[in-house]
Design a protein around this ligand. Structure first.
Ligand code: NAD
Ligand code: MG
Length: 334
């Protein structure tokens, strides 16, 4: 697969990263700075080395592939180190093939969880890499492709994940649709419906089916956004859904507290993922993506994985209805 580099720095980092990757991670090694490390040695990440704008002009057909991005996102393939925080847990992550969901899948597996991922059939190449990474962590991986806009599929997804994993302790509602539209007149009813079905109905359907199977100690982790409280003018329908998810998190946390089921949310700021290069951001916005944040760059999915772990960690048993944020210094998570 051809990889186009922006400059010598990214090419050098890609070569170094690829040389260091483990066999399982080799196919998924990101084109980002990674340090040489012996097994067991701690990772010292140099966040300052993460890519900054300007980015190369690029667009992919929706839903996009992480493997085709330039530079490739860092999902923690060669860096995330677990410490048993989710030992023996059984998790389903929607949109687990790429971006933030892939980073969560890698982290969960390395923290000791068995992980099922859902994704669209067109994302099979990305999903295969994640399955290999989960297996390389010594955990069970289950791949269940399908379209979350369909209620019957959402119900089947929960049933199949629970059957394959032997139960369900963690549901991560992470999949989403984001398409930039400059004016409200550009948002067709079909667009609006697709965004609502993917981003609001699916978490509702999945949560309904999951709660029926979950016991005390289970956790639901939703993905919101800084867009929930600080919406962009060109993301009207999407931003509405991120606010809805935040609200849903808080009501369900109250409703499920007596059952011992916690519900938390993670609210990212700008992150370098396929969602942004497949219609999520206008090309001119993409070139300077992340420049508005005080850190002056987008986050890499690896930089938010720890919040998904925290949101589900049984040690944080008093944290429910919470919003964990990673915005690079800008805005508020909620
Ligand atoms: P991503 O493209 O890597 O992940 C989104 C995933 O959604 C896709 O991989 C796809 O599998 C899934 N998906 C979309 N439509 C689907 C459908 N109909 N059926 C099944 N799966 C479907 O992008 P990401 O940025 O990692 O997105 C993950 C989450 O992060 C989303 O909830 C998004 O709203 C949130 N988020 C992202 C950013 C950002 O800047 N990237 C910022 C704030 C919040
Ligand atoms: Mg994807």
């Amino acid at each position: 697969m051809a990889l186009v580099t922006i400059d010598n720095t990214s090419r050098r980092d890609f070569v170094a990263g690829a040389a260091l990757a483990t066999a399982a991670a080799a196919a998924a090694a990101p084109a980002l700075a990674q340090e040489a490390k012996q097994p067991g040695a701690p990772t010292t990440r140099k966040a300052a080395d993460y890519p900054k704008p300007p980015f190369a002009v690029q667009q992919q057909p929706w839903p996009g592939l992480a493997s085709q991005m330039n530079p490739r996102p860092d999902h923690g393939e060669t860096s995330y180190r677990g410490s048993g925080r989710l030992q023996g847990k059984r998790a389903l992550i929607t949109g687990g093939d790429s971006g933030i969901g892939r980073a969560a899948a890698i982290a969960y597996a390395r923290e000791g969880a068995d992980v099922a991922i859902n994704y669209l059939p067109a994302e099979e190449p990305d999903a295969r890499e994640v399955v290999e990474l989960i297996r390389a962590a010594g955990r069970k991986a289950v791949a269940i492709p399908g379209d979350l806009r369909d209620e019957a599929f959402c119900t089947r997804l929960i049933e199949e994940a629970a059957r394959e994993l032997g139960g369900l302790d963690i549901l991560v509602n992470n999949a989403a649709r984001q398409q930039t539209k400059p004016a409200i007149a550009d948002i067709s009813s079909e667009d609006f419906d697709a965004t609502m079905r993917t981003n609001v109905y699916a978490p509702f359907w999945l949560t309904k089916a999951a709660v029926a199977r979950m016991g005390p100690g289970a956790v639901i982790v939703n993905t919101s956004s800084e867009q929930a409280s600080d919406p962009s003018e060109d993301l009207v329908d999407y931003a509405m859904t991120r606010a809805a998810v935040l609200n849903f998190t808080k009501s369900m946390a109250k409703q499920l507290a007596s059952k011992g089921i916690r519900v938390n949310a993670v609210a990212p700021g700008p992150f370098w993922t396929p969602l942004q290069v497949s219609g999520g951001a206008a090309p001119e916005k993409l070139q300077k993506f992340g420049s508005q944040s005080p850190l002056g760059r987008p986050g890499q999915p690896a930089e938010i994985a720890g919040l998904y772990v925290a949101a589900a960690d049984p040690a944080l048993s008093f944290s429910t209805g919470q919003v964990f944020g990673a915005t690079g210094g800008g805005g508020q998570p909620a």
